[in-house]
Design a protein around this ligand. Sequence first.
Ligand SMILES: Cc1cc2nc3c(=O)[nH]c(=O)nc-3n(C[C@H](O)[C@H](O)[C@H](O)COP(=O)(O)OP(=O)(O)OC[C@H]3O[C@@H](n4cnc5c(N)ncnc54)[C@H](O)[C@@H]3O)c2cc1C
Length: 465
Amino acid sequence: MKNFKLAHLGNFSHSLDAIVYHAKPNATDEIAEIFELARKNDLTIAPRGAGRSYNDAALNGGGIVLDLSLLTRILAWDAEKGILRAEPGLTLASLWQHILPDGWWPPVVSGTMKTTLGGCLGMNIHGKNNFKMGTIGENIVEFTALLPNGEEVTCSPNQNDDLFYAMISGMGMLGVFTSVTMQMKRVYSGLVSVKEWNVPNLSAQLDALLTGAPENDYIVGWLDGTARGKSLGRGQMHAANYLAKDDDPEPQKTMQVDFQTLPDTFFGVIPKSKLHYLMSLGLNNLGVWGVNTAKYLVGRDKNYRQPHAAFHFLLDYVPDWELSYGRQGLIQYQSFLPRETALGAWTEMIQLSQKRGLPTYLGVTKRHRPDKFLFSHALDGFSLAFDFKITNGNRAKLATMVQEFDQIALNAGGRFYFAKNSETASETARHFLGDEALKKFHKLKERCDPEGLLRSGLYRRLFSK
Ligand SMILES: Cc1cc2nc3c(=O)[nH]c(=O)nc-3n(C[C@H](O)[C@H](O)[C@H](O)COP(=O)(O)OP(=O)(O)OC[C@H]3O[C@@H](n4cnc5c(N)ncnc54)[C@H](O)[C@@H]3O)c2cc1C
C-alpha cells in the first residue's frame, strides 16, 4: 500500500491530536490489506472520513487511522428517481454539486458540506429538518461494508437489518462502509424561502421550534449564551421552505452550481480566507457579549430567498473559522432533551456557564424526532449545541463543567451525540445508551470484529471497562 505513513492528525476543533499510522487507500480493495497489516502488527484501526467530528471519533493514537477520503467515485446516479450510489469518501459538497442541476438535493445535510458519506453514516447525522426527514440513516436505501472478519455485507432495512441499524450510528466500530446508496429529495429551485425573527428568551425559542417544526421544511435557532435574567436563552429563529413548482421563474439558473457559490470577499473588500483573523479579535467574553447584543437588537422580522448552500452551509463560507478560537481550539457540547424537561435543564446549564465565567460563544437549537438506530442521539424534543473556547487557563474547568452538564442532561432524560462531545465518560454513555442497546452492540462487535481491530479514541473512552 503506497499511502501509509506516520502522521500527526488532529480533530476538527483543534482540541485533540495524536500520532498515528495514516493509511489512505486509493481503492476499496486495499481496505482488506489494511485489516491484514493491523492483524500482523498487533495494531488497531479507526476509520476516518473528512475528520470533521469535534472529538476523538476519527483518531487512534499509536494505531492506524484508515482515511477513506480518496474513495470519492459516484458509482451510479439515477436522475429520474433521485437515487445515488457512491463510495464512502464522497463529500456532501461533491454530492449536491452533482445532483442539484438535475433538480435534487440531499435529504439530510450537516452544517458543513465537507463531511463524507461514510462519516455521516458512522454518526448518523441530522440536519435542520430532523423532525421531518429523520436522520441520514432513514434515507439510506442500502450500503455495502467490509467487516474485519472478512465478510462483505450488503445491508438495508430489509436485508441484514440488525447490521443496518447498528452500523449506521455505530461510529465505524463494526465495519467499514464501502458504498452508500441514498434517496435524494426532489427540488424545483436552487433557492429556499427563509423567514427570520427574534425570540425574547429560551421558553419562546423552544415554543418557536415546537410550533414551527411541523409547518416548515427546516427550522433552527441561534441562542445568545451571554443574555441573562428574563432574556436568558433569547435568540433568532430561521425557518426555511422549498419552493413549489413554478415559484422560481429561473430554476435552470438557480440550480446551477455557480449560482450557489458566494463571492470570495465580504462587503467586496475583506477576503474570506482572512476573516478568521478578524473574528479571533472578538472571541472573548466581552467581544461576544457585544456582538450578540448587537445582533439581537438589530434583528427584525425578515423574509427572503437564499441558495440552498448558503442556508445550510453558512459556516463553510468562512474558511477555517475554527482557527478563530485560537491555538487550544474549542469544545462543542450538544445535548438532546425531551420536550418536557428541556427548558429547566438548559436554563440550569446556561446559568452555570455564566456563573463560571465560561459562557457559550455560540448556541444552536433544533427540533428532533426519535429513530430506530442502535446508538441514536435523537428523541422527541430538542437539541442545544454550545461552542466553548478552550484556553490553557480554562481547559480543566471546562471539562468539569461539561461533565456536570452530562449529569443535568441525564437527570432530565437526555441523550448525547458522539460526533460532538469530547468529555463524555464511559459511565455516562452506559447510562444513556442503556443495557439492552449495549448488549446488542457488543454481540454484533463480537460477530463482525472478533479480534477487536476497530478501535478509535472515542471507542476507548466510551467503552473501556
Ligand atoms: C462545522 C460543522 C458543522 C456540523 N454540523 C452538523 C449538523 O448539523 N448535524 C450533525 O449531525 N453533525 C454535524 N457536524 C458533525 C459531523 O457531521 C459529523 O462529525 C460527521 O460524522 C463528520 O463526517 P466526516 O466525514 O468528517 O467523518 P469523521 O469525523 O472522519 O468520522 C466520523 C465517524 O465515522 C466513522 N467513519 C468515517 N468513515 C467511515 C467509513 N467509510 N466506514 C465506517 N465508519 C466510518 C469514523 O470512524 C468516525 O467514528 C458538524 C461538524 C462540523 C465541523
